[in-house]
Ligand binder design. Sequence first.
Ligand SMILES: NC(=O)c1ccc[n+]([C@@H]2O[C@H](COP(=O)([O-])OP(=O)(O)OC[C@H]3O[C@@H](n4cnc5c(N)ncnc54)[C@H](O)[C@@H]3O)[C@@H](O)[C@H]2O)c1
Length: 239
Amino acid sequence: MFDKNFALTDKVAIVTGGASGIGRAIVELFFEKGARVVLVDIKEDVAEIAQQIGGARALGIQADITKKETVERVMATVLEQFGSVDIVVNSAGIALLEKAADLPESYWDKTMELNLKASFLIAQAAGNVMIKQGRGGKIVNIASQASVVALDKHVAYCASKAAIVSMTQVLAMEWAPHKINVNAISPTVILTELGKKSMGRRSRRSDEKTDSDWPFWLSRRSRSLGIIFSKRRREFNHR
Ligand SMILES: NC(=O)c1ccc[n+]([C@@H]2O[C@H](COP(=O)([O-])OP(=O)(O)OC[C@H]3O[C@@H](n4cnc5c(N)ncnc54)[C@H](O)[C@@H]3O)[C@@H](O)[C@H]2O)c1
């Protein structure tokens, strides 16, 4: 059972894709728990969104995080404004869908650039800060059920999410000695903009399921996969 009775008082959290969907919900929870939160998003109104949700405890940085120099600038701004980094959530992601036979090269490249490379760049930059700080940290990568389930027209998306899980395993192993927990979470379908687009239509009640609804049906069954990976290396963390 997930224990929601935790505090994040004065922790500094970075949430990519924090201006909408899953990222925004995480941002709202982190504020409730007392954290200072940095929303990093390509959306132009991210600073206003941050201000509305978190006031003085919030910072909104508009950035396309697929470029290393941009990620370095983001990290420098966070350190300048808030002084440290304790938590990172990599939620920014896209789903560009097409049958594998017809998938444009640009769909593949854009998917990998954001879902995979940007998540790595952010984790790398934050991981180095956390190592230097010497007091550990938490990095959460939002993967997907798509990391282990085949979905029609999702070839690039599924591949990117499987790679997120693999990347998470290596980061968790390498950074365990520094007390940095790196985990991936694999949600099923959540009706954000991305979720609706990914499923190609609006939500319907599960008892209205037809054969063409198989991803939803599969989602319900795969919910038990939940958090598919947790590599905490307790032997290090509890020393
Ligand atoms: N919604 C679902 O059903 C579902 C299921 C499993 C996993 N996920 C994953 O959860 C994460 C969040 O998805 P969501 O449903 O909240 O989607 P969303 O579209 O609501 O949010 C994605 C956010 O990423 C931002 N973004 C896009 N490109 C960016 C860039 N280059 N730089 C910085 N920010 C950028 C967008 O502006 C947006 O605010 C994604 O990684 C997605 O793959 C979603």
